[in-house]
Design a protein around this ligand. Sequence first.
Ligand code: SF4
Ligand code: SF4
Length: 159
Amino acid sequence: MKYAKELDFYKNNQKEVDTFFKKLKKKKSKDVDTQFHELHVEIFSEIDCLQCANCCNTTSPIFRDVDIKRISRKLKTGTLDFEKDYLKIDEEGDKVLKSSPCSFLGSDNKCFIYDCRPQACKEYPHTDRKRMYQILNLTRRNMEICPAVSRIVQRMLQA
Ligand code: SF4
Ligand code: SF4
């Protein structure tokens, strides 16, 4: 696994990271956003998603109805058939992939439906969104899925 060190960082530094996230929660949202957004650009210029694909291999995006319509159109299938073939309802009532890795992930780590992929895939790992303070718990969890998130937090810790 190319980015194993990043994915293990939380496990190996749990106390330090948890304390840091507690501090972040108390900071002004604008400062937190600026830190994340600058590092998001920096880290994604270093990390190659095609060498990773860990998000597509291990988690599922939420498929909203508008995503399902767009993807079904592209695959020339009906929305009901698409849902039956690929999706299930999770504990929170969201439509997610039935199986993992994602059925649309190629062996070269490219997405078959990249042009019409779900909005949640476009936005992952959410480190460039506004009001980061609202999703700090999710961001912490994503450190163990996405090496970019782990590196962003590591750089913040070093600052
Ligand atoms: S739809 Fe594409 S981008 Fe989204 S999880 Fe599947 S392979 Fe990855
Ligand atoms: S978004 Fe993160 S987990 Fe997904 S492929 Fe890129 S670096 Fe890997």
